[in-house]
Design a protein around this ligand. Sequence first.
Ligand SMILES: [Zn+2]
Length: 78
Amino acid sequence: MDAARWEWRRSAYDDRVHAFPAEDRASLIEALCAHTVPYAKAARTHSGLRCVSCLLIVGDALAVHSPGPVDNTVDGPR
Ligand SMILES: [Zn+2]
């Protein structure tokens, strides 16, 4: 999943800001957490309470897509 292809939209159904696929323009759109809402009732905004499920799913995906693992090896005595 491409981490850059999400839009945060506030659902008028539960007043939570969910992450929706950016290219999704169907009449009924589905958030990452499986919350579905009519496109017309999902305002594109970052204001409001964010959906924790969507946050966690996006966070996991961002971690996977981050550039390489952190190198924690100790390179000899200093
Ligand atoms: Zn959600």
